[in-house]
Design a binder for this molecule. Sequence first.
Ligand SMILES: Cc1ncnc2c1ncn2[C@@H]1O[C@H](/C=C/CNC(=O)c2cc(-c3ccc(F)cc3)cc(O)c2O)[C@@H](O)[C@H]1O
Ligand SMILES: [Mg+2]
Length: 214
Amino acid sequence: TRSTRPQRLLKAVQKKAIKGDPQSVISTIDYFCRHSEWAMNVGDEKGAILDSVVCEVSPSTALELGTYCGYSAVRIARLLPPGTKLITLEFNPDYAAVARQIIEYSGLQDKICLVEGASGDLIPKMQELFGIKTLDFVFLDHWKDRYLPDIKLLEECQLLRKGSILLADNVICPGTPDYLEYVRNSPRYESKYFKSHLEYTKVEDGLEKSVFLG
Ligand SMILES: Cc1ncnc2c1ncn2[C@@H]1O[C@H](/C=C/CNC(=O)c2cc(-c3ccc(F)cc3)cc(O)c2O)[C@@H](O)[C@H]1O
Ligand SMILES: [Mg+2]
């Protein structure tokens, strides 16, 4: 049977990227998605905004919802201080298998903990599974109708503390209207929109950065 797009993306990485070099893996994926096949990675333009927020927060504990092929996991983990880890959740086993190989190829397997499962099931178990108390940084890039229920779950599970940073992809395209309305109107968040473009296109999209006020 025909290969999947994530499998073709992985092949391009294994063929063209330098093993152990995260920047080369990132550039190879961006080139493939711009010139061969579009894929729903956060991409280079929004990726630069993601990078700047990760560097600013310099999180000790970081969570990503929706690994897909591992592009943003590599982007985030390459910037994390030594001894810190990114936990990334992915419930599609085929995507998780590709992501593991891309993460391994980049040499960041010791900084990334990829857990297979649904965010709604795993978030309540995070403290016991990973021995963490709260999260410094959360990157949301999974099904768009899961953003709002999942941050409410993070609040309920006491995984957010005063100053925790949420960064959400695709708040314009495909759009996450209920999430945006919540973080922009809730007194418990201070929110800011970073205007950008949908990965590899000229269509408007952006990232929403929200600080939990406790
Ligand atoms: C509850 C739960 N638990 C665990 N994993 C979960 C999960 N829910 C989803 N996942 C996982 O995360 C990824 C899903 C990502 C969804 N992203 C998008 O749909 C997306 C779409 C576009 C897009 C824009 C314009 C178009 F015309 C077409 C597509 C751009 C994007 O950047 C996107 O992120 C995928 O790997 C999925 O298995
Ligand atoms: Mg996205």
